[in-house]
Design a protein around this ligand. Structure first.
Ligand code: FPP
Length: 242
């Protein structure tokens, strides 16, 4: 374990945009998919490390609602990687559960290949242990789409007379998001030099600290994560107060 702040200064929820796989591969004269394969290895290392250092929730942006615009061969390669990981996770889920580590999926996982969608359902576990690390995988996820999903649920409730418009609060919307019941991300990390959130945790990131780095995701290490957490711990979060 590296150089980390005391527990009270640790982020509870970290969001990570796994960016730069394509550029990493291009720099080496490799196919883009090779970058995703390396990126998936780093995903495993970082998710395990988050558990080791006691992070409550870590959310990885794996596939956005916009990523369907990529070439079919790249989409197929990514789906294959997700499937391999989910099969592995399914086999070792009890082991992982013992280690207090559960998988959750954020996004419209009904609209992905059926076999993968079923695997998402079977690997998603109930959270029983308060020391559990929740590893969220945002798959076919879009922040705006998530808000629309929540608003539609609310509209149904209003239509059925279960809810009055005047009773709608921020919590009503939060409770309809895929992250319902989880803390908002304290820290969002984006490697690869891009300085935007790209429809990631749009509602939940209202007060998140943002941390950017030029490192490409396949080169991202646990030391980079330590550095992001140390920088976060030094920042003074005021939530609009003085
Ligand atoms: C963005 O980099 C990355 C993605 C769209 C895919 C991220 C997915 C993984 C790293 C695999 C994760 C695996 C599991 C099992 C969850 P990019 O390809 O857009 O990079 P570029 O901007 O350099 O082209």
């Amino acid at each position: 374990m590296g150089n980390l702040p005391p527990k009270e200064f640790m982020p509870k929820h970290i969001g990570i945009i796994m960016d730069g796989n394509g550029r990493w591969a291009k720099e080496r004269g490799l196919e883009r998919t090779k970058g995703h394969i390396e990126g998936a290895k780093v995903f495993r290392t970082i998710s395990d490390y988050c558990h080791e250092i006691g992070i409550e929730v870590v959310t990885f942006y794996a596939f956005s609602t916009e990523n369907w615009k990529r070439p079919a061969s790249e989409i197929t390669a990514l789906m294959k990687l997700f499937k391999e990981y989910l099969l592995e996770a399914d086999e070792i889920k009890f082991d992982r559960q013992n280690r207090g580590y559960v998988l959750r999926f954020l996004g419209d996982t009904k609209a992905i290949p059926k076999e993968l969608s079923k695997l998402c359902d079977s690997t998603q576990l109930d959270i029983k242990d308060p020391d559990t690390t929740i590893v969220n995988i945002a798959l076919n996820y879009g922040g705006r789409q998530e808000i629309v999903h929540s608003v539609k649920e609310i509209a149904e409730k209003v239509k059925n007379g279960e809810l009055k418009p005047s009773d709608i609060t921020e919590d009503t919307i939060s409770n309809g998001l895929y992250t319902a019941g989880m803390p908002d991300p304290d820290l969002i990390i984006r490697p690869s030099g891009e300085l935007r959130l790209s429809n990631f945790l749009t509602w939940q990131s209202a007060y998140s600290e943002l941390w950017f780095s030029d490192v490409l995701w396949p080169d991202f290490t646990t030391e980079d994560l330590d550095k992001a957490i140390m920088d976060y711990a030094k920042r003074n979060r005021r939530f609009g107060a003085v």
